[in-house]
Design a protein. Sequence first.
Length: 317
Amino acid sequence: MKISREIKLGILTVLSVFLFIWGLNYLKGKDIFSRQIIFYAIYDDVTSLIESNPVLLSGVTIGQVNRISFIPDGSGRILVENIVSADVPIPDNSVAMLTGVSLTGSREIVIQLGDSPTLISDGDTLASGLQSSLQDEVSQMVTPIKEKAEELFGQIDSVMVVFQAIFNEQTRVNITQSFQSIQNTLENLEKTTVRMDQTIDRESTRISTILGNAESISQNLKDNNETINTILNNFSSISDSLAAANLTQTLLQAEHSVSSLNNILEKIEKGEGTMGMLVNDEELYNNMEASSKQLELLLEDIRSNPGNYIRISVFGR
């Protein structure tokens, strides 16, 4: 059977149209030979998101963005239509996260799977969310550092103002003088150290002799340690005996002396003896005091007028 030229041309035309449609969909990421479903997500801002950007699940591309349009309610929100493979099970409580702008300037939609047993069907709308971009994360990290740096620079500026106020000309002069004094002190200390070293060098022989003698004395004490202990023990025993003997005798003598003193005081109190009479007889005391005064007057008169009491005769008369 001979196929006419028109039929061949028609078949070729249909095949060309099919290949064109398939190639166009393939370039858009659509596979007309596999089953696909459409789901929607709503965002407030989709800057840098364009049609044909990938839809990812766990890092694997499962579809792409098909169309981006405004919701006709005047809110300014954006409806994003996505096509994904129907072979990938996606729970209906999953979240379509819009990633931040990457270093290449593109954005993606990442599916975060939920735990619902019900899967999405064609035309469902998933909850949406936004992921921070690397630039946003860096900005969030840098912003506190920037604020701290600005605060630190402000504090440094305040400190510099304080330093300028404190370290005036007189203060700088005082600091210079202080450092000069420290330098002089260090120089004197160095000279003293040198003199000490020289003195030690000169007296090294004597120091060695002294140390040798000290070592010899220490060795002798060590060698005679037992003898020294014996002597000290004997001395301690003798001292204890003497102390005990002297203490007993002293106590006896003290007791005897106190007893004698008590007897004497008792006799005096009773008026016995001259001392007792003198203490207890007030008239006797007054007579003795009067006699003492008369005797004193007599002696004074003898000293002043010795001729009235002593006569010297040359001719024996």
